[in-house]
Design a protein around this ligand. Structure first.
Ligand SMILES: COc1cccc(CC(=N)NC(=O)c2cccnc2OC2CCNCC2)c1
Length: 389
């Protein structure tokens, strides 16, 4: 009964978990393109497939509204991700993207968008193999259509469309345990606006703590400490690419970014992604880099506030500046930009700064998965160099 769908898919199965004799790499070979199913999978009769053109203001708005009302909530159903339209356009149109991988489901009668799933192409290195993959994200079924088994057919359809582009692997995350995580991450939160976080129930006042003591505890300087700390600009793309490629090479799983990827994913885009670097005042060498993306959450059922402004740690590289100091500067600029909270996973070297910078553990986990690619044994989060949106 459990995982009826996932037991039919080329993913690491729980029963194979201990079998270290199984080789690392693709689980199934590619299918000849002529043998890939040419027509879409069948949906239940009231529904039809649609391709969502995110360049269309109208369609982008339909996707935004569907996600705003029906996408992922925290375990206590107090918050729901509220990805902005400009964020969605950024997330779904990286170099080489396929419009056909932005898949919607409409009710035939009303033409209402009731479900969504996406893929974007990425080159992901697993140890020393660079693999073309699809990063799957934004799987969302309208609350009123849950348990109609729409998700399995949507996953099969995006898989079919990825196969049509001769790509046979994928990467995705979920808050639930499916067969079989390549790693399981803890998430952590650093309060920037503790009064609001306590008022909305995101945080609780610590024992023997007053509000004024709590505000003082999380207070940050008004400006970054590191000399040469500045916003990334287009002219920095080659140097940041070199810095990032070298840094990510230490992890077992990481994106294989080129300059076009860095230009898309890491150049600052207002209210979407912020990135900063340290340019040595003496040598003008770029020695460090930090970035975070903007993902607000709707606050469900609070009279005073409707939105939680959250920054999510993205890619950070410290080669001269201590990582602790670099990340504290990241917190400082996030506070300057009026974020309420700064979130991070315990991936890469993040656990070296989380406690010291006053992050508190979140109440959930994020599991990472690869499709049709077996990893010899489960990774430690510190071996993972991949952050999905
Ligand atoms: C605070 O508002 C929330 C609204 C919905 C869910 C959650 C909890 C949660 N599930 N958080 C995460 O998944 C998370 C926590 C820290 C860093 N990245 C994260 O998820 C990212 C990456 C995966 N796709 C969603 C965004 C919180």
């Amino acid at each position: 009964k459990r995982h009826k769908f996932w037991e039919t898919q080329p993913v690491g199965q729980f029963k194979d978990k201990e079998d270290t004799s199984l080789p690392e790499g693709p689980i199934e070979p590619p299918t000849p393109l002529s043998e890939v199913k040419q027509e879409p999978y069948n949906l239940p009769s009231p529904y039809e497939w649609t391709t969502c053109d995110m360049d269309s203001e109208e369609t982008c708005n339909e996707v935004y509204v569907l996600l705003k009302n029906n996408y992922v909530e925290d375990d206590e159903n107090m918050f729901r991700f509220n990805y902005s339209k400009e964020f969605l356009r950024w997330a779904l149109r990286p170099p080489g993207f396929y419009r056909s991988w932005h898949i919607g489901v409409r009710a035939k009668a009303s033409k209402k968008l009731v479900a969504f799933i996406t893929g974007v192409p990425a080159r992901i290195r697993v140890r020393d193999e660079v693999v073309k993959m699809a990063e799957i994200n934004f799987l969302c079924v309208h609350k009123k259509l849950r348990s109609k088994r729409l998700a399995p057919v949507m996953i099969k359809e995006v898989t079919r469309r990825v196969h049509l582009e001769n790509i046979w692997q994928a990467a995705y995350t979920a808050g639930v345990v499916l067969p079989t995580p390549i790693t399981t991450c803890q998430y952590w939160h650093r309060s920037l606006n503790p009064k609001k976080l306590i008022d909305v129930g995101f945080s609780r006042l610590g024992a023997r703590m007053t509000m004024s003591r709590t505000i003082k505890l999380y207070k940050l300087p008004d400006s970054p400490a590191t000399p040469g700390f500045r916003k990334m600009e287009r002219r920095d793309v080659p140097a940041v690419t070199r810095l990032l490629k070298n840094y990510l090479s230490q992890f077992v799983v990481a994106p294989d970014f080129d300059e076009d990827d860095v230009e898309h994913w890491l150049l600052p885009t207002e209210d979407v992604v912020d990135s900063f670097l340290v340019e040595s005042p003496e040598t003008h060498e770029i020695t460090d880099f930090c970035s975070f993306y903007t993902l607000p959450s709707s606050i469900l059922g609070n009279q005073t506030y409707s939105t939680l402004k959250a920054a999510y740690s993205y890619y950070n590289v410290a080669t001269k500046t201590p990582l602790l100091q670099l990340m504290n500067d990241s917190l400082i600029v996030a506070k300057q930009k009026d974020f309420d909270v700064f979130n991070a996973l315990d991936v890469m070297e993040n656990e070296t700064f989380l406690k010291e910078l006053k992050f508190g553990p979140g109440d959930g986990q994020l599991h990472y998965y690869l499709y049709n690619y077996r990893v010899r044994q489960e990774l430690k989060p510190s071996e993972l160099g991949l952050v999905l949106l």
